[in-house]
Design a binder for this molecule. Structure first.
Ligand code: SAM
Length: 241
């Protein structure tokens, strides 16, 4: 079974032009095995069919690496905000070898993520428990790339990520199908935060498993407002609406 999953992952990634070694693919399948086991006692994913999970978690998490300005952006450090069971941070960290911090506000999820990292020997990645709005205070301008998948509206994610990003750093937001309104609001929020939308990239997952949009923003300037705001403000008084 593991062999088949490794082959499926390598072939689906190759269909997007992504080169992955067998060792890297085996690490991702190793993570999937641990995730499915842990999911029996802790809700980390709804996708429990291993073959679907290869596409919907691993291939999906790695789609940003097909985008030239993400692929070619020097990345010595990245942060995955709202990582859950480790997505997209674990696959991204395995593929890039970059130092990564995987954050979630649910402590049990971070305990599980750190167990996975330790069992897989992924010493360049670490899970950190906390709310991203609070962690932003002590990690200002520290990240080359902030990644996030399925966590909140894009304008909220822009507000969360801005203080964490270095100048010219990238915010990569993975979405199912954001509405035109969400993208317009996000662009207004981005202007307030000193970010510029570089592009909105569309993908169809293999085996008709879904459509994805990935929005990439660059921190080109300084925020026009003081960030981070108090916890809860990003959602109660959202920017750009
Ligand atoms: N990114 C993962 C994925 O794609 O499988 C998990 C997505 S899950 C729907 C959203 C996760 O974001 C949850 O685990 C939740 O605890 C976390 N989260 C939401 N708001 C957060 C915040 N302000 N700070 C840190 N984590 C947050």
């Amino acid at each position: 079974m593991k062999r088949e999953l490794v082959d499926q992952l390598l072939s689906e990634l190759a269909s997007f032009g992504l080169e992955c070694s067998k060792d890297q693919a085996e690490l991702m399948v190793g993570h999937l095995v641990l995730l499915i086991e842990k999911n029996k006692v802790l809700n980390l994913t709804r996708i429990v069919d291993p073959s679907d999970a290869i596409t919907l978690h691993y291939v999906d998490s790695l789609l940003p690496l097909t985008i030239p300005n993400v692929k070619n952006h020097g990345c010595s450090s990245f942060m995955d905000i709202g990582t859950g069971g480790g997505f997209p941070g674990i696959p991204f960290g395995i593929m890039t070898g970059s130092q990564g911090v995987l954050v979630d506000s649910v402590g049990k999820k971070i305990v599980a993520v750190n167990e996975f990292l330790s069992e897989l020997g992924l010493n360049h990645l670490k899970g950190v428990h906390g709310r991203i709005e609070e962690l932003a205070r002590s990690n200002k301008s520290s990240q080359d790339i902030v990644l996030t998948r399925a966590v909140a509206q894009t304008n909220v994610l822009i507000e969360y990520a801005t203080p964490l990003l270095m100048k010219n750093g990238l915010l990569v937001v993975e979405k199912g199908n954001p509405s035109d309104e969400e993208v317009e609001v996000a662009q207004r929020a981005a202007r307030l935060c000193g970010l510029t939308l570089d592009g909105c990239h569309s993908f169809d997952l293999p085996r008709q498993l879904g459509h994805r949009e990935i929005l990439v923003f660059t921190k080109t300037g300084s925020p026009r407002i003081k960030l981070p705001r108090r916890v809860g403000m990003a959602k109660s008084q959202p920017l750009g609406v």
